[in-house]
Design a protein around this ligand. Structure first.
Ligand code: FPP
Length: 242
């Protein structure tokens, strides 16, 4: 049973296994992404219901631009057809995107930005889509922003600390995720939230993303709730509430 009083504020998910899910059924990989989009709907609604405040989904990585053009196009179309205002409004969910917007086709970007604007007043949960995203890109971009401030004389090198740096990240509006889930059986981070995952609990499951349902989400949260989060302290210190 999950403790509904200790739901992570921010859950981030590497949605892996769409392609293998489809291939195992003798279907085209795009069918796997289609089924994956249904999981996105299901898990978004359930996270909002449970009281998660931020849900970040690794939707399309910088490296995914190298996939066959037909697959890239299928994912773009799926994203577009899933940006349904009614669904966001029904769940009171705000949409935000993190990633390199300059590489995304203008018509896709326009639809995303329109939905970001239309849902800006929704406050139950923020759905963050990491789209055309890689953490090294995000970190490099933050360094570039800071360098510009220094060049312009608005900041001194000595003023740069962890908080300054974190404020320059594309995802600066969200707290660090307490829990990162990866579906599909691989056990790696794949260039996702490298700065933000410093103290995240990692949860790996062999379940392919299209099969990841509400029960799989509860299992991940329950596992997280059994972990002792020490943040570098000793177990005794944590137990004494220091
Ligand atoms: C990883 O599986 C998944 C992706 C690269 C795309 C994720 C896209 C969606 C879930 C659909 C659209 C998104 C939204 C927000 C509606 P993979 O293809 O790498 O799987 P594999 O490892 O089995 O090949």
């Amino acid at each position: 049973m999950i403790d509904t009083d200790r739901i992570p504020r921010h859950i981030a998910i590497i949605m892996d296994g769409n392609g293998r899910w489809a291939e195992a059924r003798g279907q085209n990989r795009s069918k796997g992404h289609q089924a994956g989009a249904e999981s996105v709907d299901k898990i978004t609604a359930e996270c909002a219901r449970l009281g998660v405040k931020y849900l970040t989904l690794y939707t399309f990585s910088t490296e995914n631009w190298n996939r066959p053009p037909a697959e890239v196009e299928a994912i773009m179309q799926l994203l577009l057809s899933n940006l349904v205002e009614e669904t966001f409004m029904k769940n009171n969910v705000r949409l935000r995107i993190i990633g390199d917007r300059s590489r995304v086709a203008p018509h896709v970007m326009k639809a995303i930005e329109a939905m970001e604007e239309r849902t800006a007043g929704n406050d139950r949960m923020t759905l963050v889509l990491a789209f055309s995203y890689s953490s090294r890109w995000e970190i490099t971009d933050a360094v570039r922003r800071i360098a510009r401030e220094v060049e312009a004389g608005r900041m001194q090198a000595a003023d740069i600390d962890e908080a300054t740096f974190a404020r320059c990240l594309d995802s600066s509006f969200a707290p660090d995720p307490e829990l990162i889930i990866r579906t599909g059986g691989e056990q790696r981070i794949s260039n996702f939230l490298l700065w933000q995952c410093a103290y995240s609990e990692l949860y790996f499951t062999p379940i392919f993303w299209p099969d990841f349902d509400e029960q799989a989400l509860y299992d991940a949260i329950e596992d997280y709730q059994h972990r002792e989060r020490r943040f570098g302290k000793t177990s005794a210190q944590v137990k004494d509430g220091e």
